[in-house]
Design a protein around this ligand. Structure first.
Ligand code: TYM
Length: 376
């Protein structure tokens, strides 16, 4: 692969690489930017702008305005998001879940959460089905630890719950041609048959609420932009099947601790897992890529660049709630008043405080796991 190929942006549900150009994704995927006006509307319902909206971590949507129009007229919506359980959860995965919880709290609405052990089995020759299923239950603990309400949260474990999904998956699959699926997902002659059918399964939770309750309401999906191809094909067929088009709100990727790219479990040293110990977190952050200069003297003189610094992004998106303190950190970084070592010491303290609490709640969640399993 040439270095040009390596830098080229690739964003699919299964691979994200290169420098992600979010403006370009909005254009190419045909989504809408989150406007000031729409944010104000959201704020009027929630009473505050969530940090992830204020700091533009969420940046794009499809039909969020339509969902809010309907809501104002008395039609509720359900939330839908998910996880492909092929390993432990990292803090990037928590980003859309934290925001989903905020929406559940303010709109008092159901969440359908899909655990796609089947997807992860199909897309990688190395992945064993029983391991993916086991990770599904482990990953559910991370979701529950964030504080979702059991009476309003329905986790679907695909392999275990396929009887609940299969009729809708068939209705969806029958209406999507191979040619559309190939154009959307880049399937090749060598792609296995299970994988080709599989996108129909990720569509199902957009529609399952009607089957369970008789209510026909739209689903709103908070997720990173990599999942968008699934919704494109689902939106095309939704109305033919008598459902609302599912709406989306898209987040950017939390970067990994290395140079460029999203946080991804395939590069564990650049990834903070929710199960990492404090020492491991310290080590990973210490080795992180920053916006610093070659020498301390140079940095004191010319300052550093927080816009390319992974550590700064973690403060920005997750670990500094206070806008004033964040602005202060940015100013001191740009002016050379602080050096990278200072941030590299502070960030692990914040992460470890969060993880200590999260890990406790995660263990406690073992007792309540079954309460969150979708009921029939
Ligand atoms: P998965 O397991 O790849 O990712 C789970 C969720 O995390 C988002 N995500 C990230 N967000 C911020 N920064 C990152 N570095 C980062 N990496 C991943 C993903 O967009 C996703 O929202 N096929 C899905 C499982 C799924 C699903 C869904 C996801 C089934 N139904 C509905 C979202 C919505 C998957 O493998 O996700």
């Amino acid at each position: 692969m040439s270095s040009e190929d390596k830098d080229e942006m690739v964003v699919t549900p299964w691979e994200v690489r290169g420098k992600v150009d979010y403006e370009r994704l909005i254009r190419e995927f045909g989504t809408q930017p989150l406007t000031e006006e729409l944010l104000k509307r959201l704020e009027s319902f929630t009473g505050e702008l969530h940090l992830q909206l204020r700091r533009e971590l969420f940046f794009s949507h499809r039909d969020l305005d339509t969902v809010l129009d309907l809501y104002e007229k008395g039609t509720k919506f359900v939330l839908y998001t998910g996880r492909g359980p092929s390993g432990p959860v990292h803090i990037g995965h928590l980003v859309p879940w934290i925001f989903t919880k905020h929406l559940q709290d303010h709109f008092d609405t159901r969440l359908y959460f899909q655990m796609t052990d089947d997807e992860k089995f199909l897309i990688d020759d190395e992945n064993k089905l029983e391991d993916m299923t086991r990770y599904g239950f482990e990953n559910a603990l991370d979701l529950i630890a964030l504080g979702f309400k059991p009476e309003n949260t329905f986790i679907i474990y695909d392999v275990q719950d396929i009887d609940l999904l299969y009729d809708i998956a068939l209705e969806v699959a029958k209406r999507i041609t191979y040619s559309t699926a190939r154009a959307t997902f880049g399937f090749q002659d060598s792609t296995n048959l299970g994988w080709v059918f599989w996108p129909a399964v990720q569509a199902v939770p957009c529609f399952i609420h009607k089957k369970l309750t008789g209510e026909n309401v739209p689903a709103l999906i908070p997720a990173a932009i990599d999942q968008d191809p699934y919704w494109r094909i689902t939106r095309d067929i939704a109305q033919k099947l008598g459902y609302h088009k599912p709406a989306q709100i898209h987040n950017r990727f939390l970067p990994g601790l290395g140079i460029g790219g999203k946080m991804s479990a395939s590069e564990p040293e650049t990834c903070i897992f929710t199960t990492d110990t404090p020492e491991v977190v310290k080590r990973k952050v210490w080795n992180a890529f920053t916006g610093g200069k070659g020498t301390a003297t140079e940095q004191r003189k010319t300052g550093a660049d927080p816009t390319i610094c992974t550590i700064f992004q973690y403060f920005l998106y997750l670990f500094e709630q206070d806008d004033k303190k964040l602005a202060e950190r940015e100013k001191r970084c740009r002016s050379g008043e602080i050096l990278c070592g200072e941030c590299k010491k502070e960030l692990p303290e914040r992460i470890n405080t969060f993880l200590a609490e999260h890990q406790k709640k995660r263990e406690k969640a073992r007792d309540t796991l079954e309460k969150f399993h979708i009921k029939r």
